[in-house]
Design a protein around this ligand. Structure first.
Ligand code: PGA
Length: 256
């Protein structure tokens, strides 16, 4: 973390978990468990149908609600999809874009990620753009080039002033949901590399203002060490965000 230049952002990614009633209960539990949130932004990215209940439950707390996906077209014949206007009207502030599960199971590509980044920004919301290499790519030694391609295409056409609204989440695919966390050195190396790419595209001032999260089995135990790295400005948390005490512990680690 480097609070002098940028925000620390702790975001829960609930994936396909919790009904609206369960969402309300979990948020209330998080609110009761977490201490005073002073130094970081807290987000819960909930399933679409949970959004109204989540927004209501988050009222008065320093927790924002995010979505896990969006469609890039503004409206029309796209059965089963959800538009930016729909999310915005419900009070959504952040949208996860290009999560590896969307890339893997729902044919999300770097190009659709880029379109969605623009859609989210134009609607006045903030994208959390996910990038990450597979285990095979890491073993082949191509992590840096894979990440660079993903970042460059995701940001294609994004203006300098828009860049400040973007959060990048580095999520090595092999660490997601596996209990295998990247070491703080591995995570920091890639996050520093991402900041370097942003610097080459937008200059040093913008680069140092962008929050870059780590995601992949971040939990109550390893959060503090990961967050101690200068270029890791928070976390995108799956499994551990579904347990109030664990999520609260991660928030408290970011709040130190
Ligand atoms: P995990 O998921 O924390 O359960 O590994 C992270 C994510 O997919 O965003």
């Amino acid at each position: 973390m480097n609070r002098r230049y940028r925000k620390t952002v702790i975001a829960g990614n609930w994936k396909m978990n919790k009904t609206p009633a369960e969402a309300k209960a979990l948020i209330n539990e998080i609110k009761e468990t977490v201490g005073k949130v002073k130094w970081c932004d807290v987000i819960v990215c909930v399933p679409y149908v949970d959004i109204p209940a989540a927004v209501k439950a988050c009222k008065g707390a320093k927790i924002s609600v995010g979505a896990q996906n969006i469609h890039f077209e503004p409206k029309g014949a796209y059965t089963g999809e959800i538009s930016a206007d729909m999310l915005k009207e419900l009070g959504v502030k952040y949208v996860i874009v290009g999560h590896s599960e969307r890339r893997q199971y729902f044919a999300e590509t770097d190009e659709t990620v880029n379109k969605k980044v623009h859609t989210v920004l134009e609607a006045g919301m903030q994208p959390i753009v996910c990038v990450g290499e597979s285990l095979q790519q890491r073993e082949q030694g191509v992590t840096a080039s894979v990440i660079e391609t993903q970042v460059r295409i995701a940001l294609n056409g994004v203006a300098k002033e828009q860049m400040r609204k973007i959060i990048i989440a580095y999520e090595p695919i092999w660490a997601i949901g596996t209990g295998k966390t990247a070491t703080s050195e591995q995570a920091a190396e890639v996050c520093t590399g991402i900041r370097e790419i942003i610097r080459s595209l937008y200059g040093a001032r913008v680069a140092r203002s962008v929050s870059i999260q780590y995601g992949g089995s971040m939990n109550a135990k390893n959060a503090a060490e990961l967050l101690a790295q200068n270029d890791i400005d928070g976390g995108l948390i799956g499994g551990a965000s579904l347990k109030a005490p664990d999520f609260a512990a991660i928030i408290n680690a970011a709040n130190q």
